[in-house]
Design a protein around this ligand. Structure first.
Ligand code: ZN
Length: 232
């Protein structure tokens, strides 16, 4: 049976033939489409499963458009969402993470200033959360996206920008706490996909230094970014 996203993409691009999608472990956010016999076969990086429905529809439409060499007006808005996602900081962090996992650079970075294992242990103990996945810093310094939880592999990735002596440990703990919550609180599906549900936000408010962390991030992140890029 097709996925609902593929079903919608088929409708939009008027594809009557059978289609199937195979999710694979890739070292990047790769996706391909091939025509074989009477059907169409997608091979897609596993990570797309966790993206927004519109991103997935856009991905399928984009590949149909490429294969057929024509555009479908109805597909336009979805393809835009997909392209925006691919260029986003989140996609950058995922790609970075995948490259580390599957490429030659498999080293897990626990940090120079803030050791992630130690901080993760502290947060898990303080908030009674059990987490048996892995944690690592990203290779690139992302300043907009400070972390993400990769549910496909049960891993937390923290932006390398936080491994800095000027960043208070509670800020790193807060980002870890936020991503830990993603590992235990399911995404809600109502009219749309709700990643930070009411339940999620209530749980997040329980973090002791939530206010301080938010304030610190708002006040200092742009400064840190400027220093890292321009050296002042
Ligand atoms: Zn989040």
């Amino acid at each position: 049976m097709d996925s609902i996203e593929l079903e919608i993409a088929r409708e939009i691009c008027h594809v009557p033939d059978s289609c199937s999608v195979d999710f694979k472990d890739y070292s990047s956010l790769r996706a391909t489409l091939k025509k074989r016999g009477g059907g169409y076969y997608f091979t897609v990086a596993k990570e797309f499963k966790n993206t927004d429905i519109s991103v997935q529809i856009g991905l399928y439409c984009h590949l149909f458009e490429k294969l057929f060499g024509k555009k479908f007006s109805e597909a336009d808005s979805y393809v835009k969402v997909y392209k925006k996602f691919i260029k986003s900081q989140k996609a950058e962090l995922i790609t970075d993470h995948l490259a580390r996992l599957n490429g030659r650079d498999v080293l897990i970075d626990k940090g120079k200033f803030h050791n992630l294992d130690r901080l993760l242990n502290q947060v898990c103990t303080a908030y009674s959360i059990s987490f048996n996945g892995l944690v690592s810093y990203s290779k690139e310094k992302s300043f907009r996206r400070l972390g993400f939880y990769d549910s496909a592999r049960n891993r937390i990735v923290i932006s390398k920008s936080l491994d800095d002596e000027r960043v208070p440990p509670y800020v790193v703990e807060f980002v870890l706490y936020h991503e830990l919550l993603h590992s235990i609180i399911d995404v809600e599906f109502k009219a749309k996909r709700i990643v930070h549900s009411k339940r999620f936000k209530e749980a997040e408010d329980k973090f002791k230094y939530k206010k301080e962390s938010d304030e610190w991030i708002n006040r200092n992140l742009s400064k840190l970014k400027r220093r890292s890029l321009f050296g002042f």
